[in-house]
Design a protein around this ligand. Structure first.
Ligand code: ADP
Ligand code: MG
Ligand code: ZN
Length: 525
């Protein structure tokens, strides 16, 4: 087992002597229409600089903040989903500091009494389940954005206030994580939870989810905490894992070399694969927190909290367990479906339409995700509400034995490409089971392939496969492959009980897979 990552890399003996301790701070944008204390639009992504501003979020004198109820609701939703304690009364605190991205000179935040405290999230890792205690989740306002630019050869710093005053949720864990993989998995599971409950879109690339990691190392067996280093600028889950793994190795190497570690903030350089010093913490920041005089304490109405609790959807962990334990899906399939909200919605639509869970799961984790990732299908055709009923009909046709699996896949592809109804497309693909019809085609194929017939007669059994392939080709994959094979063998005097319709060739995906027999076969309407 390696200290650094869950990845298969050989750990150095020094790494083995240390244990990493990791705590994660996540900032995420709650999904609201307006900012936290004013009516400006909160979705600033892509808007022209300084187009979403007003006296409140510009910090002009004489204005008063008015709290956004929906932002509070989202934090409460998160609090309930992680089993946190919600205080009956909370309040706002002023965090004072000077920086050009903070026009008021203070940020309205929560210090003493967060909206949610003492929750937990259980995540699956390659080493088993990991329980991460969540110390707190609170609400605060975001800062403006500094843009460092080149203006006619002059290096300038510009300020875009569109983000100023947008709501921000901060979620802080206890230092419970021990591996880089565990940290990545925690961040991924938190993103899934936020999306599932609708609290945030939590898109890392769009800055809606920002992950910071606090990392320290200590000799194995020690219970004291080592000097922690904070890592910023990790823009993907992969960077979270890489940055932490690198940082653990760096710290162990430093300690082994007798160099003391300083408490500092380091940035992750994705291209060079290393962390660099951003700033050294010489003393504790003094934010001179005090209760925000412009906002009254916030009382959480128990009835409101109860209503939010009642409306919470099924959470990812419970859903995975249900798919595994009640529907009997393999754990890997359950994880793939639950990890993707669109896949989950499609799967649920199929279940509601009566598709058998196993078959539905195969189609979702297989063909559906393959087509979606292929990127060439228009998004609206993949929408669960639209695709679900069509796919359910297709699955029913396969279940009823009226379509081969390979042809069902071709029909789905045709449906996604041209939008025609599955039922219309399937009409041209019904499986041919009729013995007389199959024999007629077999006779034609045998007559057209004398060399293969001679091969079979001289004992070359693989020639049977070739002939079955020709039958499938002639029927565009519609023939019942097992029956075709039986008919060929009986015509050529090779009849053999073991090769009947229930023999190995009966498998839909076997060597007589029509797609394999004729990769060029195009579905036609
Ligand atoms: P701050 O007040 O500076 O934000 P906190 O004590 O609140 O610091 O901790 C911030 C994060 O760092 C938390 O997620 C916490 O679990 C984590 N943390 C604290 N001490 C350590 C440590 N020695 N090693 C690793 N993580 C730590
Ligand atoms: Mg902090
Ligand atoms: Zn505003």
């Amino acid at each position: 087992m390696t200290v650094a990552t869950g990845a298969r890399r050989a750990a150095s003996p020094a790494l083995e002597r240390y244990e990493a301790v990791i705590g994660i701070e996540v900032h995420c944008q709650p999904k609201t229409a307006s900012k936290l204390f004013c009516r400006c639009r909160a979705d600033y992504d892509g808007a022209p600089p300084n187009s979403l501003v007003c006296p409140v979020c510009l910090g002009l004198p004489g204005v008063l903040p008015v709290l956004n109820r929906r932002a509070v609701e989202h934090v409460l939703r998160v609090g309930l989903a992680i089993g946190a304690t919600i205080p009956a009364v909370t309040r706002w605190d002023r965090k004072n500091y000077f920086y050009p991205d903070l026009p008021k000179g203070y940020q309205i935040s929560q210090y003493q009494i967060p909206l949610a405290a003492d929750g937990r999230l259980v995540v699956e890792t390659s080493e088993g389940p990991l329980t991460v205690r969540i110390r707190r989740a609170h609400l605060e306002e975001d800062t403006a954005k500094l843009v460092h630019a080149d203006l006619d050869g002059r290096a300038v710093s510009l300020v875009d206030f569109n983000r100023s005053g947008a709501p921000l949720m901060e979620i802080v864990t206890e230092p419970d994580i021990r591996t880089a993989e565990g940290a990545r998995r925690y961040a991924e599971e938190l993103q899934l939870l936020l999306r599932t409950i609708g609290a945030s879109d939590a898109d890392m690339e769009r800055g809606q989810l920002r992950v910071e990691a606090n990392v320290s190392v200590r000799p194995r067996g020690s219970t004291e905490l080592g000097t922690r280093i904070e890592i910023k600028n990790m823009n993907s889950f992969r960077s979270v894992e890489r940055a932490i793994a690198h940082e653990i190795e760096r710290q162990v190497a430093a300690l082994e070399a007798g160099e003391p570690l300083r408490q500092e903030t380091r940035g992750w350089d994705e291209n060079r694969g290393l962390t660099y010093v951003m700033r050294v913490k010489e003393s504790e920041d003094d934010y001179r927190y005090f209760p925000e005089p412009d906002l009254p304490p916030l009382r959480i109405d128990p009835a409101w909290l109860e209503a939010i609790r009642t409306e919470l959807p099924e959470l990812p962990a419970a859903r995975r367990a249900r798919y595994r334990d009640v529907l009997g899906l393999p754990p890997a399939d359950a994880a793939v479906i639950v990890g993707d909200l669109e896949a989950t919605a499609l799967f649920e639509t199929l279940l509601a339409a009566g598709s058998p869970p196993k078959a539905a799961a195969n189609w979702v984790t297989g063909e559906y995700l393959r087509h979606r990732k292929g990127g060439s299908v228009p998004a609206e055709r993949l929408a669960p509400a639209r695709l679900g009923p069509e796919l359910a009909r297709l699955i029913a046709l396969v279940e009823a034995g009226r379509l081969t699996l390979a042809n069902a896949k071709a029909i789905l592809a045709a449906h996604l490409e041209g939008g025609e109804a599955v039922e219309t497309l399937a009409a041209g693909y019904e499986r041919i089971d009729d013995a007389a019809a199959i024999e007629r085609i077999v006779d034609e194929v045998l007559a057209a392939n004398p060399a293969a017939v001679a091969d079979v007669r001289s004992g070359k059994d693989q020639a049977v496969r070739f002939l079955v392939g020709q039958v499938m080709k002639a029927t565009r994959g519609q023939a019942n492959a097992a029956r075709a094979e039986a008919a060929i063998r009986s015509r050529l005097g090779q009849a053999d009980g073991a090769q009947g319709p229930t023999g190995p060739a009966a498998a839909d995906q076997g060597p007589t897979d029509p797609a394999a027999a004729d990769p060029g076969a195009e579905p036609s309407p």
